[in-house]
Design a protein around this ligand. Structure first.
Ligand code: TYM
Length: 337
């Protein structure tokens, strides 16, 4: 962190709206860990985003700490990264307001995640759900972020973020860095174990569809054994035509680090049952240490809280600078800057 030239900034976040899943590791956490030494990193627990769906308050509070603990358990090193909770840094909500005045209604209406969630939560299609990607843009732009490691489902939100940054920069003068998404080649969209045409999700009502990072070894084995596969007998990687088996190959790759081609080569003639047993073994070996670390970290809430307080303080200093700059440029008056 004491390099002569400042490092480029990386920002990402996860909603604490449930227990984290293998999908969060695949699309986000493992890439955060891999990139953390090359960038100045901000990892945010985006609790304000979680409010767009009705939450049980006690659960939201618990999941916020669980989420931060899971960042650490997955391998984020607090010495290299600022870990904090979104609502502790008011600049996020404040910049989101300004950016909302630069976002077209039609532009926000085109977001596919909004369209999907409006169907999923038809009884509560609130304005926050609609404005959600604008808050995400504010998260990213406050820190002059260059790189945003996310899963495939966030790509469109990143495009909106880039458009907003460019629009603001053109309207005034260069203010925001225009960020790039970082989407992994494999694991960018881990699929449901029960319906491989659907994304693996923490809110899936069928718990067999999702591997949670706190699942015990028996649950992991059971879920992998019951995973829906495609008709056919060979182990081939073809996400379009063989989504079930391809998803298991990606999970094996994620857990073992072995290249996809090598996995396919080795298991080509194995039975589905034998391959599933190998996937379950690899996944148990991969997740067990994460779960143990999570339990250790979570059992010391005082240290975790302290880390988040310090993280918010550091983040707020950077975020405030950008927000002040934005307020000045758009013409908000203040006695002294
Ligand atoms: P969220 O909380 O839904 O998911 C967090 C991250 O995990 C990835 N992810 C997956 N990747 C692969 N396969 C899956 N099945 C899977 N499920 C989840 C997501 O793509 C995401 O990268 N809007 C964001 C949170 C956010 C954010 C930000 C992200 C708010 N502000 C700023 C980056 C930068 C979201 O809802 O992610």
């Amino acid at each position: 962190m004491n390099d002569a030239s400042p490092r480029k900034v990386l920002f990402s976040g996860i909603q604490p709206s449930g227990m984290l899943t293998l999908g969060h590791i695949a699309g986000a956490l493992r890439n955060w860990v891999a990139l953390q030494h090359q960038y100045e990193c901000y990892f945010c627990v985006v609790d304000l985003h979680a409010l767009t769906v009705r939450q049980v308050p006690a659960n939201l509070r618990r999941w916020t700490l669980d989420c931060a603990a899971m960042y650490l358990a997955a391998g984020i090193e607090p010495a290299h990264a600022t870990i904090f909770v979104q609502s502790h840094v008011p600049a996020h909500a404040e910049l989101a307001w300004v950016l909302s005045t630069f976002t077209g209604f039609g532009e926000a209406s085109r977001m596919t995640q909004f369209k999907e969630k409006s169907v999923q939560h038809a009884d509560n299609v609130n304005v926050g759900l609609f404005a959600y990607p604008i808050l995400m843009a504010a998260d990213i732009l406050l820190y002059q972020t260059e790189l945003v490691p996310v899963g495939e489902d966030q790509k469109q939100h990143l495009e909106l973020t880039r458009d907003l940054a460019q629009r603001f920069n053109n309207a005034y003068s260069p203010t925001f860095t225009v960020p790039e998404p970082y989407i992994p080649t494999y694991g960018a969209r881990l699929m449901s174990l029960q319906d491989p045409r659907k994304k693996m999700s923490k809110s899936d009502p069928n718990h067999n569809a999702t591997i949670f990072l706190v699942d015990d070894n028996d649950a992991i084995r059971r879920k992998i054994q019951r995973a829906v596969t495609d008709s056919g007998t060979t182990i081939t990687y073809d996400p379009e035509h063989r989504p079930g088996i391809s998803n298991l190959i990606e999970i094996y790759h994620l857990a073992s680090g072995e290249p996809i081609e090598a996995i396919v080569e080795r298991f080509r003639d194995a039975s589905y049952a034998a391959f599933k047993a190998a996937v379950a073994d690899a996944l148990v070996a991969y997740l067990e240490p994460v779960r143990t670390r999570f339990q250790q970290i979570r059992s010391d809430e005082g240290s975790l809280a302290q880390l988040l307080v310090e993280g918010a303080r550091r983040a707020a200093r950077v975020a405030e600078r950008t927000l002040r700059n934005v307020y000045r440029k758009v013409g908000l008056w203040r006695p002294q800057y």
